[in-house]
Design a protein around this ligand. Structure first.
Ligand code: TXA
Ligand code: MG
Length: 541
């Protein structure tokens, strides 16, 4: 079959795409999530061609794409209140809503189910094509079944040239993972597939929202998938992918030592790797990971990688979607190379880290108080004192003893002085913390916690596989600092303001414990401990 190449930069090409679709043809189109292979959703014959072109099992239902919320009503039995609120909040955008279907939707489109999945994409080209076609468009991801979803036009060309009527070039996709699929066809709304719209966003609109167990876990033998797509081996590159659940340092060490595969890593890891690597985004930026994951998987195929070691993404926010795709690419193989977890515990001052640290200690974790390490003689050894004297002047000593007050006054006088102090002390703190971590491991602890106010600034986060952030409202933190440190309101405020923003901490977190007044931290902590108990290597928590 001859495949026409179209571009959304050529006037007239959107109309041509619309005509082909109206006639019952197939056109691959860009959306903000991934490219879709579109056909008239109300034409059974056209829809059947999608399954043929993709090699897709015909019981796997398709998403129906509309360009405006007003086009939803004819497709479903009833537009529920929840659907209206979701559409108002997230459409157009990467959210697919499942509702009981109307008679208008042919069974070829929805795999014979009594529900239909509908989404209103935000990509202007996708919307223009729907309008040009004048019908709703069924569109699965525009890849061959079992291949990673296409996020660039090149991916689409590779998979579908010669198999469909036309391919419409619209550049790279910005979200990079497919839409969040949420069913409203049961009592409690449930995420069947995580995507660009996060669990927290959905909860903010709907209240209670569940996550289907198949999102994170392999379905047991004979279990029926709520979303038929989840039962198929998806997103699989040719390489054997293993996810390493480890800190950045341990990841790099393990991969270098193995030396037999590719690193599917974060950008920050690249300089430390002695094996070839493909990066998928940056460590604390789930959105960049989502945007680059499928392209990275495609690259592994292109270079003919046989084995790849993947960095574990966070499961928070859009990270849940990244993890969901990656764990399928890895056929659920997750390995913890050191058999334990190092959790970084941090957050803004006064949020209550120490309280949480105490609870975790009682729960059987090995907690290292990094503040204490910072003041320890192991850090302030003679060579360190010598360097400090050269940097800040001999006046920081009183009768040969370090005057910490004077050192603090000088070191916190400017940004430059503060960073100089860090340069001298941080490497020593890191060394001492590593010694303590080794001690904890030798004692047989499986969960080690680094309680560190400057976890990120000191670089200690590179020793952590996960980050737990304790946060509290600013007024509450101020009150606590006032009470704890007995300083003036003004000084306390200055201290809070000298710190990074709340967002700096929470955007890097795997878990956030909100520790406000009257809030039961135990619930969030319980969730943290339960999550952790499920991870490989945590058997002795
Ligand atoms: O971002 C996206 O959603 C992309 C772009 C092209 O819009 N489309 C996409 O479609 O990812 P597809 O067909 O690759 O994935 C649709 C998923 C499948 O897992 C399918 O099983 C599920 O949605 N699904 C569709 N209709 C359903 C229904 N009525 N009930 C349960 N699951 C459904
Ligand atoms: Mg797909």
């Amino acid at each position: 079959m001859e495949t026409l190449l179209l571009s959304d930069r050529c006037s007239g090409d959107i109309c041509r795409a619309g005509e082909i679709l109206r006639r019952g043809g197939l056109v691959a189109i860009p959306t903000e999530t991934v490219y879709g292979l579109a056909a008239n959703a109300l034409d059974s014959d056209a829809v059947k061609r999608i399954y043929q072109a993709k090699g897709r099992p015909s019981d796997n239902p398709l998403i129906v794409h509309i360009s405006d919320v007003s086009q939803l009503a004819p497709l479903v039995r009833e537009v529920s209140e929840a659907a209206k609120r979701l559409a108002a909040a997230f459409w157009p955008g990467p959210l697919t809503i499942i509702l009981p279907k109307s008679d208008l939707v042919p069974s070829a489109t929805n795999g014979g189910l009594d529900t239909v999945a509908v989404r209103c994409p935000s990509h202007p080209t996708a919307r223009a094509v729907i309008d040009a076609a004048g019908v709703p468009l069924a569109a699965p991801s525009a890849n061959l079944s079992g291949k990673p979803s296409p996020t660039t036009f090149r991916h689409v060309q590779e998979d579908l040239t010669g198999r469909v009527d036309a391919l419409l070039d619209g550049g790279d996709c910005t979200v990079g993972v497919e839409s969040t699929v949420l069913t409203l066809a049961q009592d409690v709304p449930r995420i069947l597939r995580p995507g660009g719209i996060t669990l927290a966003q959905l909860r903010s609109v709907l209240g209670e929202v569940e996550v289907d167990p198949a999102v994170l876990h392999q379905l047991g033998e004979g279990k029926r998938a709520a979303s038929p797509g989840m039962k198929y081996k998806h997103y699989s590159p040719s390489a054997d992918v293993v996810i390493l659940d480890a800190s950045p340092e341990e990841y790099v060490r393990y991969v270098n030592q193995k030396g037999d595969g590719w690193a599917l890593c974060f950008e920050e890891d690249v300089p430390f790797l002695q094996v070839p690597s493909v990066a998928y985004g940056s460590r604390y930026d789930g959105e960049s990971q989502a945007r680059h994951l499928f392209d990275a998987l495609h690259s592994l195929d292109e270079v003919g990688a046989k084995k790849a070691y993947a960095r574990m993404p966070s499961k928070r926010g859009v990270g849940l979607a990244v993890y969901n795709r990656l764990i399928r690419a890895a056929a659920f193989q997750v390995v913890n190379p050191v058999g334990c977890h190092v959790i970084g515990l941090t957050g803004p001052t006064g949020a209550g880290k120490s309280t949480v640290g105490d609870i975790l200690r009682k729960e059987g974790c090995f907690v290292i108080d990094c503040d204490q390490v910072t003041r320890s003689p192991q850090v302030y050894d003679p060579p360190c004192l010598q360097e400090l004297s050269e940097a800040f002047g001999p006046e920081i000593f009183q009768d040969g003893v370090l005057d910490r007050g004077e050192l603090a006054r000088r070191a916190f006088a400017s940004e430059q002085a503060r960073s100089l102090l860090g340069q001298i002390t941080f490497p020593r703190i890191l060394r001492r913390v590593r010694e303590l971590l080794a001690e904890g491991r030798e004692k047989g602890y499986r969960v080690l916690v680094l309680d560190a106010p400057t976890l990120f600034e000191s670089g200690l986060d590179s020793a952590c596989s996960r980050i737990l952030v304790v946060n509290a409202p600013k007024e509450e933190r101020l009150a606590r600092v006032l009470k704890r440190d007995g300083i003036s309101q003004e000084a306390a405020l200055r201290r809070l303001e000298a710190q990074p923003s709340e967002d700096f901490y929470t955007s890097r977190a795997d878990w956030v414990v909100e520790n406000g007044p009257g809030v039961q931290t135990s619930g969030a902590l319980r969730e943290f401990l339960e999550d952790l108990a499920e991870e490989p290597g945590s058997n002795r928590l």
